[in-house]
Design a protein around this ligand. Sequence first.
Ligand code: NI
Length: 451
Amino acid sequence: MKKILITGATIVTMDEEQPDHFCGDLLVEGDPITAIVSRPERIEQAGIDRVIEGNKWILLPGLINTHGHAAMTLLRGYADDLPLMRWLEDKIWPAEKALTGDDVYWGTLLAIAEMLKGGTTTFTDMYFFMDRAAEAVAESKIRAMLSRGLAGVGLAGGRMLREAESFINNWQGKENGRINTSLGPHAPYTCPPGFLKKVMAIAARTGRPLQIHLAETAGEVERCRQKYGLSPVELMEHVGLFQFEVIAAHCVHLSDRDISILAQQGVGVAHNPGSNLKLGSGIAPLNELLKAGVKVSLGTDGAGSNNNLDLWEEIFLAALLPKGIHQDPTVIPARAALKMATTNGAEVLRLPRLGKLKVGYRADLIGLKGDLPHLNPIFDPSAHLVYSAAAADVSLVMVDGQILVDNGSLTTLDEERIIYEASRRAYRLTGKKGRDNAGGLHEGNNFNYQR
Ligand code: NI
């Protein structure tokens, strides 16, 4: 069991039972945090495998990304400035038809490399070839909640359901509990009620949560009302989906009644402000959701619609958009935005002992360099983390007590090879070459990799 001690850091625990921030030491022994002390107390350094001098660092729990499609990194920048349905039907779905398991493996590794370097320690995925995505998670040693994406409008629905259940049975709790699974019915418009009932039967058998895209665009809500006489949220309640643990992504277009259903039924909402803005879907009523008592976490969505997996941008947008909409700078204070990316993320995904720096909690934590111009002077570290910090400031990332980013570099992954493999697959999938987009430079850079 490896003992790692971080000394003299500015610690932001996100634990309401501890001060908002303080200077102190933190000890990790194996996978849990075993001691946190504040100055003038110190943790004894004898018998420690590695001591990290943290006096210029801000330490906080690892960020939790509660909605995404990891291997869509392969389609980053391929189809931009289009509305959701045209983006899906004309660009994304045709390109995805040619996806192979190897593509998903390398695309997922590209996503993991990006997320780890930016301080995300847990991510959520809904995609295809999930065994290969799980392999990427196992090798990288990040934490994840994975689901096989499900659609019930085509002929493949039955096969998808079988794959989803066997994926859960094969992978749930693997890798010291770092791999978690869920069911991923894509959306009400791709999963009619009869199909959702079959998904719910698997949820009942396996005890795993469900994640679904819900009320993402005004058009989706309108078509749902025309077809069923109900909003997407009302339809899901009517079908009985909310009897299970549900992570609802987006929830942009909601009535007051929808919001109270989400609150009463304990539905977790994954808020994706960047993707919603970029696809022109709208802006979710974040302040209203939180006021109603809905548990809201943050997600990046896939890199095809964001176009990065940088949760710091989502934290920033989550804090700023409601201030502008309500013309009130007091709504969504910094601490609330940070909570969405940490403690709320753990609660929405139902992952115990995560989202806080606390004795007995799993050692998923990140350290940002505090000695950078844009992070000084420091009055309130939480404000800096929300309004000033960036993914590139992350220097240390630990998941389950293992250091996965050390001094800004990945320890478990070959970053250069991942970029090469993912890029060449992306060009094959889309029928485009890098040179078409980047005047030759891109292809030249990527294709001279020798292995
Ligand atoms: Ni999505």
